[in-house]
Ligand binder design. Structure first.
Ligand SMILES: *Cc1c(COP(=O)(O)O)cnc(C)c1O
Length: 374
């Protein structure tokens, strides 16, 4: 048996489907708009180096991470900064986590989220004696990161002093409710973005749309879109069929089966009452692997293409499922599908009371990872 066949749990990442999702999103953009890839949090759990290399092969040349340390993992998978046809890596959480000289040497571009960030970066530029690249982030309604309207006024007043040292690649903002196409916030944020970028008093290139924003139409596209979730197959917006392809198949092995002797309970807290004769199987996945404990009583997995409910509490390393109704008896060594052809990441998320983003970014370290479709 090979490694994969021995593994207690396997996570297949279908890079060809990530690539297909990328091409689909890029094609939706208006002419002249470019498509980046958001690969923060290890490409939403799929593997930033592998995903970045696969998307680079599709001519993606803009990557966003949250931390500088994540940018290093992405950079290792791409041609070096400054090489012909090299990609650019932007860091959303600002010019922190590394000395200014390291940013310059590695070629990572920080997103400046506050006047403080801008002052810091302008000072670094003065010290380096050259203009330093950056993105400026303006808040249009998230109240999370980015310059406030007041900050923008101040920036406009001090414009020549502060912006002189900066090579502003884009001015960006981020949508709060793009996954709800009818939400009033979308148009409000678009109007605020137009107004605030005009208030800066100088034209730049602009970046606005996340995955869902791409589907809001050309007005939202500007010069660079920043999709994340849709690349990985998560449904980007409510109220329609998901146009994206699932990108992971997650399976866990059945490590024990049993027929319940006398009526008794299953798992911690004796939370599930089993009857005599019930068929149960224990699969090798638990909350330490990102199979969230909140799926207790609501989760299901697929064995031989048939749904099996999770019974009893989700444990750290294992989950018990009911298998008595299967047309073929479940046996040790069979795999149960958690995410895959029978069940999307969004469905698993709904069972655990969360969103697909949290399921993917929680995917654990113990899986045998298999990258397909290179
Ligand atoms: C995470 C993030 C994105 C990507 O959002 P998705 O909803 O996953 O497409 C884009 N821009 C910013 C600023 C982000 O933080």
């Amino acid at each position: 048996m090979n490694d994969a066949a021995l593994a207690l749990s396997t996570l297949e990442v279908h890079l060809d489907r990530v690539a297909r999702n990328y091409l689909y999103l890029r094609k939706k953009l208006k002419i002249g708009a470019d498509c980046a890839a958001v690969v923060k949090a290890d490409a939403y759990g799929l593997g930033a180096a592998e995903v970045a290399a696969a998307l680079y092969a599709q001519e993606c040349r803009h990557f966003f991470t949250a931390h500088a340390s994540e940018a290093e993992a992405v950079a290792a998978a791409l041609p070096p900064a400054g090489a012909p046809d090299s990609a650019v890596i932007y860091v959303l959480n600002g010019p922190h986590g590394m000395a200014a000289a390291d940013w310059q040497q590695k070629g990572f571009i920080p997103v400046l989220n506050s006047l403080g960030d801008i002052e810091l970066w302008a000072a670094a530029a003065a010290a380096a004696g050259k203009r330093l690249p950056c993105i400026i982030h303006i808040d249009t309604g998230m109240n999370r990161l980015g310059l406030t309207a007041l900050d923008v006024t101040q920036l406009a007043e001090k414009r020549t002093a502060l912006l002189q040292g900066l090579d502003v690649r884009y001015v960006m903002s981020h949508l709060a409710c793009a996954d709800e196409p009818g939400h009033a916030m979308n148009l409000q944020q678009l109007a605020a973005f137009r107004q605030l970028t005009a208030a800066v008093g100088q034209a730049f290139r602009y970046s606005f749309a996340n995955s869902a924003g791409i589907f809001l139409g050309a007005d939202y596209h500007f010069d660079l879109a920043r999709p994340g979730c849709a690349l990985y197959g998560i449904q980007p917006y409510e109220g329609a069929a998901n146009p994206m392809h699932g990108t992971v198949t997650l399976k866990a092995k059945i490590v024990q089966t049993r027929v319940v002797g006398a009526a008794s309970t299953v798992g911690y807290g004796a939370g599930y009452a089993a009857a005599a004769g019930d068929n149960l199987a224990t699969i090798s996945i638990g909350y330490a692997d990102g199979y969230l404990r909140s799926a207790t009583g609501r989760g299901k997995v697929f064995v031989g293409g048939q749904a099996c409910p999770v019974v009893g509490r989700v444990s750290m390393d294992s989950v018990v499922i009911a298998t008595g109704h299967l047309s073929q008896p479940a046996k040790t060594g069979d795999y149960a599908e958690i995410i895959g052809p029978h069940q999307t990441v969004d469905e698993v998320a709904a069972q655990a009371g969360t969103i697909g983003y949290e399921i993917l970014t929680s995917l654990g370290k113990r899986y045998k990872r298999i990258y397909t479709g290179l």
